[in-house]
Design a binder for this molecule. Structure first.
Ligand code: HEC
Length: 159
């Protein structure tokens, strides 16, 4: 008989606990509003739509054979072949390209990957700096807002 007794205060306590939670929906709404979620504010892009349009034509001419016309690259871009060479990675924001600030992206296109043991040819003798920027504008126009935002923050820090 005595065994059951302590249960009663416990149950009462948890009932009170539940009631306290459900009591003030207003308090709940306030707590949600104060949650530190980042507001979805778009970041201004560094390029114009004219650059994106010019970049599309240049990308199709110079880069699409390897990186695919939609910049989706190779699905197995992380896997080096027998010679240690990597396949052309996606440039559409799903892979690694967005970890590089603009000067590094420009240099990659100018110099290619060969100096670093890769296989991408350099374009310094085929494309001027404006054309390279146009291509990068088109590439970056594929990046979703969140990826572009993260890139923008890193690009401004210069790391
Ligand atoms: C012959 C194939 C080929 C062509 C053409 C080519 N690429 Fe690449 N690209 C690659 C490969 C392979 C890599 C990976 C690094 C390496 O092996 O050099 C790469 C890497 C890159 C990267 C670095 C991506 C990262 O995740 O760090 C960028 C940016 C890039 N290419 C842009 C371009 C642009 C822009 C063009 C056209 C102007 C171009 N590529 C043309 C094969 C190519």
């Amino acid at each position: 008989m005595m065994k059951g007794k302590p249960l009663i205060p416990l149950m009462a306590a948890s009932l009170i606990g539940l009631a306290a939670c459900e009591k003030s929906p207003q308090g709940k709404a306030e707590a949600l509003q104060q949650a530190p979620t980042e507001p979805i504010v778009s970041v201004a892009r560094w390029y114009s739509s004219a650059q994106v349009a010019r970049g599309n034509a240049l990308f199709q001419e110079h880069c699409a054979t390897c990186h695919k016309p939609d910049a989706s690259g190779s699905p197995n871009w992380r896997e080096a072949d027998a010679e240690g060479k990597l396949p052309p990675p996606p440039l559409n924001g799903t892979a690694h390209a967005w970890h590089h600030p603009l000067p590094v992206l420009r240099r990659t296109v100018r110099m290619g990957g060969v100096p670093l043991g890769g296989s991408m040819p350099g374009f310094a003798d085929k494309l001027n700096s404006q054309q390279i920027d146009d291509i990068l504008a088109w590439v970056q126009s594929h990046w979703p807002e969140e990826i572009y935002k993260a890139w923008d923050r890193m690009n401004k820090n210069g790391t």
